[in-house]
Design a binder for this molecule. Sequence first.
Ligand code: F6R
Length: 262
Amino acid sequence: MEIIIQPNADAASALAARHLARVIRGKPDAVIGLATGSTPLRLYAELIRLHRNEGLDFSGVTTFNLDEYLGLAPDHVASYHRFMWEHLFDHINVDRQRVHIPTGLLTGEDVPAYCQRYEDDIRGAGGIDVQVLGIGSDGHIGFNEPGSSLASRTRIKTLTRRTREDNAQYFESAAEVPHHVITMGIGTIMEARTALLLAFGESKAAAVAGAVEGPVTASNPASVLQMHPVTKVFLDEDAGSQLGRRDYYHWVFDNKPTWQRD
Ligand code: F6R
């Protein structure tokens, strides 16, 4: 894991955007995995800026989102479909046919076949080149809650009470937060060639410390990224505040050979 701690979320997001832009410029038909929630908002704003001001071209890019709430129609205010169009896709030249977001509109019997198709589509597209990830305050990635199998594939999951509370802000009332979601599995995420994990704010500090410096355990699903060959972790100072090797990460970043800089 490469740990990149920046003074604030804007600076960390700009670095993550620069990495993604470099991938897309080098491979115009790159396959990018995307996350929702508050964490990637600055990253998406920066990608939109790069598209508008520096001609970053998304026309050949294929995207796969991590997850969606079961039971929410794509136009629901809190759906991840709506989120992605509002905060990214409507502002860049992505090809609608290449956008993949799990549907929230499935009945029980359809779920396994649908999830298998999502996995097949990812493979059919050539696999994910770069996966953008946030982290839950309980360490979840995608919606793989603590206890999820580290080998899991795309499937239905039940949210923890804590995640439903964390996400209640996006709904009119806490009771409205769905209990179930469809999420890429941890095994699915681990197959991405590069993972970019972003985390900002004090509320993520304990989960980040566990993920980066704790044992690899299903109790903190993000910790499995220690086993991933190319993971970059972009943090602000608050999210990195419980890391024991903070000084070392700063030193490594500040002393990177120029040829290694993104
Ligand atoms: C969202 C997702 C989740 C979020 C996580 C953090 O697609 O997969 O893992 O990244 O819940 O959410 P925020 O960024 O809202 O704190």
